[in-house]
Write a protein that binds this ligand. Structure first.
Ligand code: ZN
Length: 275
């Protein structure tokens, strides 16, 4: 008990999700520490890196951490199939989307998917190198800060990106402003739960300094509701094992069990702007 109280006192900041000021040690990974908010249960990288450090990191991201993006470029088929399946599972019909913003578009895989469907879309990303690649493919994408945008969209997507921001609450508030009345947001992010608890520091989403906030389902829903979104539907995906990290057969078994139990370690949420 004494140890717990001491560790709480070590972390002096305010949770940007729920405003709580108490934290417990979560895990240590290399030189980085994650703490858990006593208020909402989100794991937060501590200390949170500043803008300049992150900007520098993402400029070399393609070299240091972009392997999975290169693999995606080799064969888009499975990724396009996954997007189709995701929208179908969510019950979201893309035919009503005419003007999409993809935040954190990287080299533009999702933009290509939309282009194939004839949907007008724009992508933004912090990494100029990624954007260069997207532009070479003829995609509408820019190295622009989300907070500098002012035009309106009828769908905003954030695939694996909200966990990278220093202040996710401000991101959802900005996205709210950029959406037309009662329009839609789709967010995919890692989701803490049984899988993260069992993998501990080996959980694939403890990925500093990129992943700053690791939500659980409740803390993500709380933040969306707080920023005036209504949750329409959600799905969970993934058993905690990336393809190729374990043999295909046990991976299939783990994936299937996780799906049946609804404990998968990523969440995709469809929410609507409340007016
Ligand atoms: Zn919190």
């Amino acid at each position: 008990m004494v140890i717990k109280m001491e560790s709480k006192q070590k972390y002096r900041f305010k949770c940007k999700i729920c405003d709580a000021e108490e934290f417990n040690f979560d895990i240590r990974k290399g030189n980085y520490t994650y703490v858990v908010c006593a208020g909402c249960g989100t794991s937060i990288l501590h200390p949170i890196p500043d803008e300049a450090t992150l900007k520098e990191f993402y400029e070399t991201y393609e070299k240091d951490g972009g392997d999975y993006l290169r693999i995606r470029e080799l064969d888009k088929g499975p990724y396009f199939k996954d997007y189709d399946l995701t929208f179908s599972d969510l019950g979201f019909d893309l035919k009503y989307s005419k003007n999409v913003l993809d935040v954190g578009c990287a080299t533009g895989i999702f933009l290509e998917f939309l282009k194939e469907k004839g949907i007008n879309a724009k992508g933004i990303d912090i990494s100029s190198k990624m954007i260069e690649k997207g532009k070479k493919k003829g995609l509408n994408c820019e190295t622009t800060d989300l907070f500098s945008l002012s035009e309106k969209f009828d769908l905003i997507t954030l695939w694996d990106v909200i966990e990278h921001f220093i202040n996710p609450k401000e991101v959802f508030k900005k996205v709210y402003q950029l959406l037309e009345k009662e329009e839609d947001i789709i967010i995919q992010t890692p989701c803490k739960g049984l899988i993260s608890e069992n993998f501990k520091e080996e959980w694939r989403h403890y990925n500093p300094p990129q992943h700053i906030y690791l939500f659980n389902q409740n803390s993500l829903f709380y933040l969306l509701t707080l920023t005036k979104f209504m949750i329409v539907n959600w799905i969970r995906i993934g058993s905690g094992n990336d393809a190729g990290t374990i043999p295909a057969k046990p991976k299939k078994v783990f994936d299937s069990i996780s799906k049946k139990l609804g404990i998968e370690d990523n969440i995709i949420v469809w929410a609507k702007k409340r007016c």
